[in-house]
Design a protein around this ligand. Structure first.
Ligand SMILES: Nc1ncnc2c1ncn2[C@@H]1O[C@H](COP(=O)(O)OP(=O)(O)O)[C@@H](O)[C@H]1O
Ligand SMILES: [Mg+2]
Length: 271
């Protein structure tokens, strides 16, 4: 986690709850794959919907989209259909009845959406902007890695939630995401959103706090800025069970540890 210290000044952190306002795009990133982004994006969308918000879950993993897989859906339309102009956003979304939120699926493995050129990337951002006018919140599940597309989509969000686990590789990758986002924010490259850290798969609250502190210290030392903690989500076998059964955690295991952790995190964001 070594990098050249920067002397860039920090922007003042926005006061108040991150999601008090409607029409907000919340992006979920991590750098590393397999840390729980898709599961968390789905559960966040569900938790926000249970708080009475109109939510669109937008599959922004343009290479290996799998929101539909985790939920056992067979989408008739997806982001590629919208970009092709065959369907409008409103026609392409699918309502998740049990969850009470809408989903814009991605298309996995087709290659059509990965490695977008500038025009296609602008079209994805325009679709996101359109979505933000129609919903209270757009939850954007991003792919792993820090490629140009993922970085632009992170920069476009009003709030970036960066997931990290206790694993050193996850911490380094999460730091890389935070560093690039901070650089984009300072350069005015469209990144106006605050980044906050979510520790996932924590063994317990204390070790989760320690993971956050490690990451926050690196940011303070090298970026001159300390991202806030959005929440700690504990490791919980019922997460795996819900995913295996392609159901929502908050529906299948409402009393699960991780379910309560996500609900607390959402309360913090809504204020
Ligand atoms: N809080 C958690 N407790 C237990 N297992 C988890 C938790 N979060 C994620 N997982 C596990 O991590 C796996 C990867 O999750 P996924 O959402 O597909 O990650 P990503 O989108 O970051 O690649 C899941 O299949 C699940 O088994
Ligand atoms: Mg994923």
């Amino acid at each position: 986690m070594t990098t050249t210290p920067t002397l860039l000044p920090d922007r003042p952190a926005p006061i108040g709850p991150a999601l008090a306002k409607r029409g907000r795009i919340v992006a979920i990133a991590s750098g590393k794959g397999g840390v729980g982004k898709t599961w968390f994006a789905i559960t966040l969308a569900h938790a926000l919907s249970r708080q009475g918000r109109r939510v669109l879950l937008f599959d922004g993993d343009l290479g290996l989209a799998n929101v539909d897989i985790q939920l056992g859906l067979i989408p008739a339309h997806d982001l590629a259909t919208v970009l092709a102009g065959t369907r409008s956003l409103a026609q392409a979304v699918q309502h998740h009845d049990a969850g009470g939120f809408d989903i814009l699926a991605g298309r996995s493995g087709s290659g059509a959406l990965s490695a977008l050129d500038d025009t296609a990337l602008e079209a994805v951002l325009a679709t996101l902007r359109d979505a933000a006018t129609r919903y209270d919140h757009v939850v954007l599940d991003l792919g792993a890695g820090i490629d140009r597309t993922t970085r632009r989509m992170s920069a476009f969000a009003d709030l970036l939630l960066v997931l990290a686990t206790e694993e050193p590789t996850s911490l380094t990758d999460a730091y890389a995401v935070l560093k690039l986002h901070h650089a984009d924010r300072m350069s005015g490259e469209g990144a106006n959103g605050e980044a906050r850290i979510v520790v996932n798969q924590a063994g317990n609250a204390t070790s989760g706090e320690r993971t956050y502190a490690t990451l926050a210290r690196a940011c303070a030392a090298f970026l001159g800025h300390t991202p806030r903690l959005a929440g700690i989500l504990r490791r919980d076998d019922r997460v795996r069970d819900a995913i295996r059964r392609q159901t929502l955690l908050l529906q299948r295991h409402p009393n699960a540890t991780a379910a309560g952790d996500v609900e607390r995190l959402v309360e913090g964001l809504l204020g």
